[in-house]
Ligand binder design. Structure first.
Ligand SMILES: [Zn+2]
Length: 442
């Protein structure tokens, strides 16, 4: 029986609806998980169609067609959860209270939805090892993301005594990570193995010839031919696939490139560390929007964009420098160019990047700089991402606007959240809660 008093008494209203958001979560969490899985699976499957159709084409053409599908698959693991969560929030504003659980469910669904795509691309690689590699990769990335999102969730809307400790904890973790925790994790999940005697010998010979000190060398398990240098800890990492693919002179030339990174200046290292903090401003999204409204969101996005631009141009300059060092130290003429082409072909990376503003130069130009003219014409640049990927990304923009701007306009709430407001005349759209939609709620 409906209590008539509930129509007017706010306390009674709250008590009567107390259990509702919890009950709704019971279907919202699995719905977001399954929805994200299905969307990721379907969009990835469709985006691979152009690549599937070119089985016999030159590797540069296959890599060119695969690129947008890969970029969209990666961005969709974040974009799909954002689209689904923001859509849900628009229809059920109470869902905002449990955003962390909902976003995690959608993230897991989207990640699982990309597994089949990876199996298709790396069809020649043992599927159990591939799954192990991807699981470790995602635990690594998801762990970092969840830690960061936890910081965002705990960050109060107003600057207070907890603001600084949250910033310090997140920053401390980030720097521990950069200074060796990352490699400890990779060892823990058994993706790093001790270097083989062959690799140890190549690195020893190359580093003593170049007079560069290396602290540790490790082998990375995985389907890609890769090598990494960590200037923060003087550690080098080579994938087992790279060592299977390249002869000693080629591995030595790749090693010389990585050693080139270890000789970068302290200022460059500082610049690289600054670049690694590109997403850090998002930690302050709640107080920024509390004090500055929608402008706070724009400010943070612009800040991230500027740091990313700087970081990419720094990386590009340093890659050209490392390529030059590799060329100067190669054991056989043309060994570095051969190694580079083998790596790109194996990993199906395009010979020409979609833009000139990537972290690495175009392979075609790297080969020319290494003294080798490829026996094929310069390939066309790939698309930046698939059309579906672009639509999804635009969807996020639209939904952010719909969630943050429309309710405030409709409710007569100004963009500056601290300004006095009145909701008595026109309650916000689709909000059954007697409380107004809070501009800042996530
Ligand atoms: Zn490099």
């Amino acid at each position: 029986m409906v209590d008539q008093n509930c129509q007017v008494a706010p306390d009674c209203y709250d008590a009567a609806h107390e259990g509702e958001p919890m009950t709704q979560l019971l279907w919202q969490i699995p719905a977001l998980f399954l929805g994200a899985f299905a969307l990721a699976f379907a969009t990835n499957w469709l985006s691979l169609i152009p690549w599937r159709r070119t089985g016999s084409a030159h590797w540069t053409e296959r890599a060119r067609l695969l690129w947008p599908a890969r970029v969209s698959a990666t961005s969709n693991t974040l974009v799909i959860p954002a689209v689904l969560y923001l859509t849900l929030k628009l229809c059920y504003p109470q869902a905002a209270g449990a955003w962390f659980l909902l976003v995690v469910a959608a993230l897991l669904g989207a990640i699982l939805g990309t597994l089949s795509m990876n199996r298709e691309i790396f069809a020649g690689y043992d599927s159990r090892r591939l799954l192990q590699h991807l699981a470790a990769f995602w635990v690594l990335h998801l762990g970092i993301w969840l830690f960061f999102l936890g910081g965002v969730a705990l960050m109060p809307e107003e600057f207070g005594w907890v603001t600084l400790p949250i910033i310090i904890i997140i920053l401390a973790f980030h720097f521990f990570w950069q200074y060796g925790l990352n490699l400890k994790f990779l060892r823990l999940v058994k993706l790093l193995k001790p270097a083989t005697p062959r690799l140890v010998q190549i690195v020893q010979q190359t580093s003593s010839k170049m007079r560069v000190q290396v602290k540790e060398v490790w082998m990375l398990e995985g389907p890609m031919a890769q090598a990494y240098a960590f200037p923060t800890t003087n550690v080098l990492l080579f994938s087992n696939r790279l060592l299977e693919l390249c002869d000693d002179a080629e591995v030595s030339s790749i090693c010389a490139h990585e050693l080139g990174h270890l000789t970068e200046s302290k200022t460059t290292l500082a610049g690289r560390l600054l670049g690694s903090l590109a997403i850090f401003p998002w930690l302050l999204i709640k107080p920024a929007m509390n004090y500055l409204g929608f402008f706070g969101l724009v400010l943070i996005a612009v800040l991230m964009f500027v740091v990313l631009r700087f970081s990419r141009s720094l990386s590009l300059r340093m890659e050209k420098r490392a390529d030059q060092i590799a060329k100067e130290n190669e054991l056989d003429d043309g060994a570095y160019a051969q190694a580079l082409e083998k790596v790109y072909r194996e990993n199906l990376l395009p010979a020409v990047n979609p833009t000139n503003k990537q972290t690495h130069p175009h392979l075609y130009d790297r080969l020319l700089a290494a003294g080798v003219t490829p026996d094929y014409p310069r390939p066309k640049a790939p698309a930046k991402q698939t059309r579906m990927g672009m639509v999804m990304a635009m969807g996020v923009g639209f939904l952010v606007a719909a969630n943050f701007i429309l309710p405030s306009l409709h409710g007569g709430k100004p963009l500056i959240a601290n300004a006095p407001t009145s909701y008595t005349n026109s309650p916000p759209l689709q909000n059954p809660d007697p409380q107004p939609i809070r501009l800042l709620s996530f």
